[in-house]
Write a protein that binds this ligand. Structure first.
Ligand code: HEM
Length: 385
């Protein structure tokens, strides 16, 4: 667990051996910034196509709702399916479209801060509700139904980390419940369209008959899950980094214009997403090593973000760091679709939080997520003043 709270010394030791090493399970672990960039950007690193999944030990993947649903999302598909599905929703997430949400996010932030007083759990009272309300609003999930998704999404997305019978026993019913819920909502939006993304997806299906219900539901579930799971991590990890560096927090409170570069640095310093996996479609040279076709390669984004060859003093937090290009949103064709939204939420949230509660401090023991790929907190007790 300690390694998961602070994996950076271990990443550094691995990177010193080599930016690419073979793990006990046969996968290649990549910890250098340049090498991670290649893995996420170079089209020869792909997601395992359906016929290869059986090979990798998922022979019965289609019998498991959690796997069937995950392997139908754009996150795990290759072109041309990836291109077709991503194109459907990409216009909703351009920086310009996302900026129109600024007033909604500002009001939400103020309301959440108004309700915080004394000893509170920061995850429960802010880091979870802010992104879930925003993505719920965008997608069209009614307010009263949003909170139940916190544990359902956590159980479903566990399959992105490890797939064991115990994980599937929780992930399968969670995936089925998410699907059933969204199927009912989609049905309603077909009859009564609203100004939301789910209605737009239902509409897209009437003009593109290749789009199946399974695809709409899996990708709506992905957007909802990705919309809060990771941003919750950014808000909580970022707050901890700021509280550990009071002089940097004070600078951000005094100069909110530091927010854009500050959020990039918080993303780099303690990224909510640490792993991105691929397989090689053909032999590739990586850091002087010839990687054969069909090898599993895992880019350790959190390690690349602390590579001293790319970032001067990588273990120091500098909110005004210049030429910062963290790997936290991945890269290439799978570059995070929600990056402009996550950035905007965090750029509004941190200065507002620090200004409202200049005495904010940690109180009590925080609970870390027991996950290698998503780094964050289950609870984070704080005192507002
Ligand atoms: C701080 C918050 C976030 C972080 C760190 C993050 C990180 C990532 C990363 C690393 C990937 C690429 C995964 C890979 O290539 O293996 C990704 C993809 C994705 N993210 Fe995010 N994300 C965040 C917020 C969001 C939000 C708010 C949304 C939704 C609205 C979102 C939606 C997506 C989607 C749909 C993909 C898949 C894109 C594709 O495969 O083409 N993310 N994200």
């Amino acid at each position: 667990m300690v390694g998961r709270e602070n994996p950076y010394p271990r990443y550094a030791r691995l990177r010193e051996i080599s930016p690419i090493v073979r793990a006990d399970d046969g996968a290649l672990v990549v910890t250098g910034y340049d090498e991670c960039t290649t893995v996420v950007r170079d089209g020869r690193f792909v997601h395992p196509p359906a016929e290869m999944l059986a090979f990798l030990g998922f022979a019965d993947w289609e019998d498991h709702p959690a796997l069937r649903q995950m392997f139908t999302t754009m996150l795990l598909l290759n072109p041309p399916d990836h291109t077709r599905l991503r194109r459907l929703v990409s216009s909703a997430f351009t920086p310009r479209r996302v900026q129109t949400l600024r007033p909604v996010i500002e009001t939400l932030v103020d309301d959440l801060l108004d309700a915080m007083s004394g000893d509170v759990d920061f995850v429960e009272s802010f880091a979870f509700p802010l992104p879930v309300e925003v993505i719920g609003e965008l997608l069209g999930v009614p307010e009263a139904d949003r909170a139940q998704f916190r544990t359902l999404v956590r159980d479903w997305t566990q399959v992105l980390e490890v797939i064991t019978p115990a994980v599937l026993a929780r992930a399968d019913p969670a995936a089925a419940m998410i699907r059933d819920y969204l199927a009912e909502l989609l049905d309603e939006r077909r009859r009564f369209p609203a100004d939301d993304l789910l209605s737009a997806l239902a509409q897209a299906q009437t003009t593109d008959e290749r789009l199946t219900d399974d695809e709409i539901l899996a990708n709506a579930a992905l957007l909802f899950a990705a919309g809060f799971e990771t941003t919750t991590g950014l808000l909580a990890n970022g707050l901890v980094a700021l509280l550990d560096h009071p002089e940097q927090a004070a600078a951000l409170a005094a100069q909110p214009e530091l927010a854009p570069s500050g959020v990039e640095e918080l993303l780099r310093f303690d990224s909510p997403v640490h792993l991105s996996s691929r397989v090689t479609a053909e032999p590739v040279e990586l850091a002087g090593l010839t990687v054969g076709a069909g090898e599993r390669v895992v880019a350790y984004l959190g390690a690349g973000n602390h590579d001293p060859a790319r970032f001067a003093d990588p273990d120091q937090l500098r909110l005004d760091r210049a030429d910062n290009a963290p790997l936290s949103f991945g890269g290439g064709i799978h570059y995070c679709l929600g990056a402009p939204l996550a950035r905007l939420e965090a750029q509004i949230a941190f200065p507002a939080l620090l200004r409202r509660f200049p005495e904010l401090s940690r109180s009590g023991r925080a609970e870390h997520r027991d996950s290698l790929s998503i780094k964050g907190f289950l609870s984070l007790p704080v005192r507002t003043g």
